[in-house]
Design a protein around this ligand. Structure first.
Ligand SMILES: *[C@@H]1O[C@H](CO)[C@@H](O)[C@H](O)[C@H]1NC(C)=O
Ligand SMILES: *[C@@H]1O[C@H](CO)[C@@H](O)[C@H](O)[C@H]1NC(C)=O
Ligand SMILES: *[C@@H]1O[C@H](CO)[C@@H](O)[C@H](O)[C@H]1NC(C)=O
Ligand SMILES: *[C@@H]1O[C@H](CO)[C@@H](O)[C@H](O)[C@H]1NC(C)=O
Length: 476
């Protein structure tokens, strides 16, 4: 069994250090504007919530991110279990009273949510050492919530680590419940959950937890998963065709190797299915899945087959610019990241234990997709893939969507892919859906993070989905 990294830690290699990172002044305490309250007595009186909210109005003059937009940051505290989960919330740039609220689930496992604020679809970017506004962003049409999860990721802290998606999701449901009770002004808008990569594990489990426990004020209307680890056994069927020239890109393997690999596909799928057994703890793809070996020999980038691997960054080099931003004591104070200061000052995008701990539980290979039929009974699901990703291939994402056991299964499978068209007429991908519930979209010429390579296409997809649960396409 080989191990495989699901995180996208060094996807964005900014080269310039943030000038603020030199500041090592001391930290003030609770100087900001706090709204403290407990959520021990929710409106319906039927359940207790473990989390209280410690929130601060963010001084955007100090952070430089989304200046002039109302923001709160702080912690969800579960005092009894000593769990403290950090969040940063931004009102929509447009109409926060009506625009939906989106929680973007971080990947990893163990990668910071707030780190995403300065990447891809987030509020800003670090460029030339400065924060610049990201014009093609979820923030244009939604209020955005980012959370450092599971505990002990980013600015979150706790007495004990969490080592599986189910426990992490339960914490998130309770944290979200606390959030919407603390901020009822955001609880009547539609709420959606989006996530990429390892969040393909977390998003369905979280949605299922919310839909089955039905906490008050969590107005969940849909889930969106990009290049996600949803159903590994279905997903693996996309590896060989993509690497061998049947996924829209030239073959990367010799005809002999590709032909020989065909022989092992049945074994590969069967080995993956064994990982779904309750007692199984698979820590990496089975050895029978040789498409990964063919790919590995090419030296291409797992996150984007169009590129060669870039050399690993120097572990003793300067911190990556976004990490440097978050390590700045002035920023730490401005956002009220008042957990253990040594941890905050050494903020890293991804922690160094969750990947190992979740891995040892076999969490990357559990059949979490089996909650999808129950979710589809209540809300729509969007699955999309940048089509140049090898880690989570688009053919595998399509196979995953087609394998979901729901009443629309046959209809969805029969449906032909239609062009996915931007407002100006450009075809940027393909899409299909059934019963207004399950949608699949392929985005051309994009890797693991579609927003990174094709921001206009990804934004068009997500904004249309938030508005109407549809994907812009021609009626062919
Ligand atoms: C996972 O976490 C639980 C609860 O903290 C702990 O009891 C268990 O030993 C952990 N297992 C592994 C393999 O880390
Ligand atoms: C595929 O397997 C069959 C049956 O085991 C074998 O006869 C054939 O030579 C194999 N093909 C390749 C290309 O390895
Ligand atoms: C993991 O992170 C902690 C906290 O930043 C650090 O003290 C520790 O040395 C790291 N361990 C490894 C193996 O990198
Ligand atoms: C349509 O918009 C996209 C994204 O802005 C752009 O890349 C493309 O060139 C445009 N196509 C036309 C025909 O203007």
């Amino acid at each position: 069994m080989k191990s495989i990294l699901f995180a996208i830690p060094l996807l964005f290699s900014f080269t310039l250090a943030h000038p603020l990172s030199q500041n090592t002044g001391s930290l003030g305490s609770n100087t900001g504007l706090y709204r403290r309250a407990t959520v021990d007595s929710p409106n319906n009186g039927t359940r207790q919530n473990r989390f209280t909210v410690r929130a601060k109005l963010v001084d955007t003059q100090k952070t430089g991110v989304e200046t002039g937009v109302k923001q709160y940051s702080g912690y969800f505290d579960d005092k009894e279990n000593d769990k403290h989960i950090f969040f940063w919330f931004f009102e929509s740039r447009s109409n926060p009273k009506q625009d939906p609220v989106v929680y973007d689930v971080s990947g990893g496992p163990g990668c910071s949510g707030v780190h995403d604020i300065l990447t891809t679809f987030g509020a800003g970017k670090v460029k030339d050492g400065q924060i610049t506004r990201n014009e093609i962003s979820f923030h244009n049409y939604a209020s955005m919530l980012y959370i450092d999860q599971p505990v002990n990721t980013g600015f979150s802290y706790a007495a004990q680590n969490v080592n599986n998606t189910v426990t992490a999701a339960r914490d998130l449901t309770d944290a979200l419940t606390a959030f919407f009770q603390h901020f009822p002004e955001y609880s009547t808008q539609d709420f959606h959950i989006h996530g990429i990569s390892y969040a393909g594990r977390t998003v369905p489990i979280l949605a299922d937890d919310i839909l089955s426990r039905k906490p008050p004020n969590v107005n969940l209307k849909s889930i969106m998963i990009g290049n996600g680890m949803i159903d590994p056994a279905s997903q693996v069927t996309g590896d060989l065709p993509l690497v061998c020239g049947k996924g829209g890109y030239p073959s990367l393997g010799s005809p002999e190797k590709c032909l020989a690999a065909e022989n092992s596909t049945a074994q590969c799928t069967s080995d993956y299915l064994n990982c779904y057994e309750p007692q199984a703890k698979c820590e990496g793809p089975p050895d029978s899945c040789v498409a990964r070996n063919i790919f590995g020999e090419t030296g291409r980038d797992t996150y984007d087959i169009r590129k060669q691997n870039s050399p690993p960054s120097d572990p003793n080099g300067p911190p990556e610019p976004i990490d440097a931003y978050f390590r700045n004591p002035a920023i730490i104070e401005a956002i009220g990241a008042e957990g253990p200061i040594a941890k905050a000052l050494s903020f890293t995008q991804c922690n160094n234990h969750s990947f190992r701990d979740f891995g040892s539980m076999g969490d990357g290979f559990k059949p979490y997709h089996r909650v999808l039929p129950g979710i589809l009974e209540q809300i729509p699901v969007l699955i999309y893939n940048g089509d140049a990703d090898f880690l989570c291939t688009w053919l595998g994402g399509l196979a995953t969507a087609e394998a979901v056991e729901w009443p629309g299964k046959a209809e969805f499978k029969q449906e032909q892919m239609k062009p996915f068209i931007l407002g100006n007429g450009t075809e940027v991908g393909q899409t299909k859906s059934a019963r207004g519930r399950l949608s699949y979209t392929r985005i051309y010429q994009a890797g693991h993070s579609a927003f990174s390579a094709q921001p206009e296409a990804a934004a068009a997809l997500c904004s249309a989905w938030l508005k109407s649960r549809t994907v812009p396409s021609s009626r062919k």
